[in-house]
Design a protein around this ligand. Structure first.
Ligand code: JDK
Length: 251
């Protein structure tokens, strides 16, 4: 997969060069290009923002630099997209508090794409006409990380690139660890334990030491349901929520 990110703080994305994603880039499984939006400005001050029409606090990102940067991304990605295989428009993810919620399901969807482009806004956001203009060239998807406001799109992009990247075959050593992940079955994950079996007077649940895999699977499922009912009841349908609303510890 080829990923292009446009940002005025390209160095913010440096952690994506580390660890598993870094190794995937060395192995040629993942290609990550980060573009500095200011490289697409031509005034002395490399201006990317201006005051908002209609008034209001802060500044808004100018459209022209974005159009030049996104055209450069399109050109770079076209080499990675076989028009026979990939007839649809390339995807452009625009982090935004006003976007669709990023979920594990969306991560799986995006992991199937040959290319992804990310536009990191800053200030109060990007001139809306950029998204309109880009919609003729990309499938533009405003995406929110959650209902809180960050200072820009970079942190959201790092989270999404990590969530998508780890699903690409070959990135994570043991694909088994991707199967039983949180939210993959619509529930929160069960608790995990390791040695020592007794630590500071706290013991590992004996079922996990039993070697009885049927019992262990049943216990883990019950823990998922209890945790989900206690912490994220909205993820459960009515029936399960009622059955498991008695807190997490009743075992
Ligand atoms: N899930 C999530 C993603 C983001 C995100 C993503 C991208 C950008 C780009 C800039 N910011 C900062 C920002 C966004 C919004 C406001 C308020 N808003 C501005 C326009 C007029 C109305 C009021 C203030 C500052 C971003 C924030 N935050 N949270």
């Amino acid at each position: 997969m080829r990923i292009d990110v446009v940002s005025i703080f390209p160095e913010y994305l440096s952690p994506l060069r580390l660890s598993l994603l870094g190794r995937a880039q060395e192995d040629g499984i993942l290609e990550l290009e980060v573009h500095d939006l200011r490289d697409f400005t031509f005034d002395r001050h490399r201006t990317v923002d201006d005051t908002p029409y209609g008034g209001g606090a802060g500044m808004v990102m100018k459209p022209e630099p974005w159009s030049l940067a996104l055209d450069a991304v399109l050109a770079a990605q076209s080499a990675k997209r076989d028009p026979e295989l990939h007839a649809e428009l390339p995807t452009l993810i625009v982090p935004s508090p006003a976007g669709e919620l990023f979920t594990q399901s969306l991560a799986h969807e995006l992991a199937g794409e040959p290319t992804l482009a990310f536009a990191c806004g800053r200030y109060e956001g990007i001139d809306e006409r950029v998204l309109d203009w880009a919609s003729e060239r990309f499938r533009v998807r405003p995406v929110s990380l959650g209902d809180y406001v960050l200072n820009g799109g970079e942190v959201a992009v790092m989270a999404m690139v990590e969530a998508v990247g780890r699903l690409i075959p070959g990135v994570v050593g043991n694909p088994e660890s991707l199967v039983e992940e949180s939210h993959s079955d619509g529930l929160l994950e069960y608790p995990v334990y390791t040695k020592p079996s007794s630590w500071r007077g706290l013991d590992v649940p004996e079922v996990l030491l039993s070697g009885n895999h049927g019992r262990i699977a049943k216990w883990r499922r019950e823990q998922q349901l209890r945790r989900t009912a206690a912490r994220r009841p909205e993820l459960l349908d009515g029936a399960d929520a009622a059955q498991f609303s008695g807190g997490e510890r009743e075992i």
